[in-house]
Structure formats: structure tokens, C-alpha cells
Design a protein around this ligand. Structure first.
Ligand code: 5AD
Length: 280
């Protein structure tokens, strides 16, 4: 009996050590923070202590510490393929405890303005579709297209009715709760919750944007979050997308690159709050 109790206590402690790295950061699993461009990563990287820069192929990782805890800033480069590859590399090499993908995005609703920040309750892929048949000369209408969830079938996605839904990934509950509670508020803009849509397309057709917004509830669009979320999901790594509105064609707000810096300021607060929780 006593042996069993000792064994149970040992299992409990081993598990809790794996799940929550303790105060001493030795061996703790890092938080990875991703951004596609220099204007979305430079400020975060500047907050790191004891930085070592690692280059893997075309991807750069700044490994350092925030308040003594390991944090890695990753420049994913733009687009879904680059973001997916950067995410897989980060997970395989660094075994992160959590991944935050952050940066700029275009608004899908007129009420969202420059510098508003969207915490991604969900990320959806708005890049995978099947078009219905049209004969030669009949033109093209993207509003007729049917979504494809490329994760939903092992067969031909185009022919499997199970795949005819949008691929979506929920934001991690703990990361969302921490981001919500982050005491710091940006000087300009609001922090809201919403759906982040990702593809390699920059959409400026209002009807198309409304179609995404009405069908999938997209608040903003950009080119990385859903693909990074998909890879994190396959590796069971907690993930959250945080995006700032840098442009909004639905209300005429013109692109402002400096939003990328403001997003990093907010995300830095979220990272610090996460570290406090994870190391408690
Ligand atoms: N549509 C698509 N991507 C956008 N980005 C900012 N605004 C938009 C938008 N309206 C981001 C993408 C990509 C780069 C072009 O900027 O995530 O990295």
C-alpha cells in the first residue's frame, strides 16, 4: 500500500513538472512568438535578454529570455507555406510550451479600425476551396465556391462530402484567458475577440469579404495564423493568434505599417503574463 502511494505521488510530480515548468527556468519549455515580417518581430526580439540568433534555412529564430524564462521570437516569413514550415521547425527544435502567432491584418467588418487588436478565438483557412463545374466561357465566381477542409479526409478532398467545410482551429483556452486579462491596454485601439481568416490572397473585393464574414464570422484576414494553428494542432501545442488591424478596405482605413509595432507591445504583455502563470 505504502509503495503504491509513493508511486502515485511520484507519477503526480513527474506529470506536474512536465505540464508546468517550475520557477527555475532550467530546462523549461520556451514560449514561441511568431511574426511574418521585420516590422512585426524586431521590437519583440529587442526585449529578449541573452539573445542567440539561429538561422534555419530561410527562417530566423531569436532565442533569449524574458524575466529569466526562455522565449523565442520567430520570423516566419509571409504566407501559409512559410508559416507552416516555421511552426514545424520551431516545434521540432525547441519543444515550445505555447505558440503565439501575431502581426498585422485587414479588417473584415467596418467597426474595426486601425490599431484594434483581435484575440483569435478561432483561426479559419480561407484559402482552400472547390469550384462548382462551369463550362468554357462561363467565367468564374468565387462566391459559388465550396470550402474544403484538407484535414477532414484521407480521400480526394474534392469528392468527399465530409471535406466540404472550412478548416478551423480554436485558440487555446489558457492563452486566451491570459490575453484577455492582460492589464495593459494600447494607447490607440481596442482589444476584441474574433475569428482570424488566413490564405495567400489579399482580398479587397467587398462582396468576397462580406461572404467570408457572414459564413465564417471572420473579423480580420491575414496570411499566416490558420496554417501555423494547423501545425500546432497536429503537434498538440497550445496556440493563439493575436492580430492588429493594419488596414480595412470595408471602411476605407488605409494600411499603416506602424500597427505592427503596437501589436508587439501588446503581445509582449501577454507573454510576460503567460510566463508568470506558467512558472507559478
Ligand atoms: N490581407 C491579407 N494579409 C494582410 N496582412 C496585413 N493586412 C492584410 C490583408 N488585408 C499581412 C499578412 C502578410 C502581409 C501581407 O501582411 O499576414 O504577412
Amino acid at each position: 500500500m505504502a509503495r503504491r502511494i509513493v508511486l502515485l505521488i511520484l507519477i503526480f510530480f513527474t506529470y506536474s513538472l512536465m505540464a508546468f515548468p517550475q520557477g527555475s527556468s532550467n530546462g523549461a519549455r520556451p514560449v514561441v512568438v511568431q511574426g511574418a515580417m521585420k516590422s512585426e518581430t524586431e521590437k519583440l526580439a529587442s526585449h529578449l535578454d541573452n539573445v542567440a540568433v539561429e538561422q534555419v534555412g530561410g527562417w530566423t529564430f531569436w532565442r533569449g529570455r524574458v524575466n529569466g524564462y526562455p522565449v523565442i521570437v520567430s520570423r516566419t516569413l509571409k504566407g501559409v507555406a512559410n508559416a507552416a514550415a516555421a511552426t514545424a521547425i520551431a516545434i521540432e527544435r525547441y519543444n515550445p510550451i505555447a505558440i503565439i502567432n501575431q502581426g498585422t491584418a485587414g479588417g473584415h467588418e467596418p467597426g474595426l479600425h486601425l490599431y484594434d487588436i483581435v484575440l483569435g478565438t478561432r483561426a479559419v483557412s480561407i484559402g482552400a476551396f472547390k469550384s462548382p463545374y462551369r463550362k468554357a466561357g462561363a467565367g468564374s465566381n468565387t462566391l459559388d465556391w465550396i470550402p474544403l477542409n484538407l484535414m477532414a479526409t484521407d480521400g480526394s478532398a474534392g469528392n468527399d462530402p465530409n471535406a466540404r467545410k472550412v478548416a478551423q482551429f480554436s485558440g487555446d483556452t489558457l492563452l486566451l484567458a491570459i490575453a484577455r486579462r492582460a492589464a495593459w491596454r494600447p494607447a490607440r485601439g481596442r482589444v476584441v475577440e474574433g475569428v482570424i481568416g488566413s490564405s495567400d490572397v489579399w482580398n479587397d473585393e467587398i462582396d468576397r469579404i462580406d461572404w467570408f464574414h457572414n459564413r465564417y464570422g471572420t473579423s480580420v484576414e491575414e496570411m499566416e495564423t490558420a496554417s501555423a494553428a494547423q501545425i500546432a494542432d497536429l503537434f498538440h501545442v497550445p496556440f493563439l493568434g493575436i492580430r492588429i488591424v493594419s488596414d480595412n478596405t470595408t471602411n476605407g482605413d488605409a494600411y499603416d505599417q506602424r500597427t505592427g509595432e503596437a501589436c508587439q507591445d501588446y503581445v509582449y504583455q501577454v507573454v510576460m503574463a503567460y510566463i508568470t502563470t506558467a512558472t507559478r
